[in-house]
Design a protein around this ligand. Sequence first.
Ligand SMILES: [Fe+2]
Length: 284
Amino acid sequence: MEIKQLPGPFGVAVEGVDLSQDMSDTTMRSLIGLLHDHQILVIRNQRLSDDDYVRFGSKWGRPLSFMIKSHTHNEHPELIRINNAASTPARYRDGAMHWHADSTYEKEPASVTMLYGVEAPEFGGETLIASARFAYDALDEETKQRIDGLTAQHCLGGSPELPGEKIPIVADQIAMQGVQQHPLVLRHPVTGTKAIFTSGTAFGAVGLEREEGRELIDKLRRHITRPEFTTSYKIEAGDVFLWDNFQVLHSATPIEYSDEDGKRRLLYRISTKGLPDLCQQEVA
Ligand SMILES: [Fe+2]
């Protein structure tokens, strides 16, 4: 396995691993360690069947089934199809183009998200990633002490907006999911490192006045997305790109909706909940 640092402040790429083959526990442990240490991981040069990809994805935890059923694969509900077909209805365009972590509007947020690139456009479609772990580490001691024990309140579409963001607010989904509570500072369940956990859904904190809570969340989100904590990655065909949802926020960037050669994008997403089986015994 060859490991290279990605450009930017964090993240690594590996080559020389074939995910279509059943891998050894040693190799899987190495991949898990790389993701936990480096926050984002790309595994290059893959050619995976749906079964191969689901088998690999399931090694990271329990794959979640996505709330928008029209986006899921007919035979594999774990696979979420992301494309830029010209026929995409307006309500489904650019839905991920805001800073967030996945499934924080649910009782149990996602632990890992991965995207497998089948087709990539020549230009555009980068994914932005911000390290909420580095952002936490850079806080002054007073702020760390202030936020360490706080619990954030989340609901879908609940966050104050950052400039240029478009947050999809779907009223019936808010009603369906309700308000969830997660620690504002999340201690990583495997490594023990801390990260600010605001996502795009946090709107307040338990025990704070509504306006004070909103201001705090807004300030922390601006801090996390400062340039020194952010990087971007463009997923190419054959890449499996993973992020640790407990350590980073992510955002899609604009992409042209087109069926033309050189402009199409097709990605398959799997998000998991819980920990890899290989980590269960370590944290037990
Ligand atoms: Fe997302």
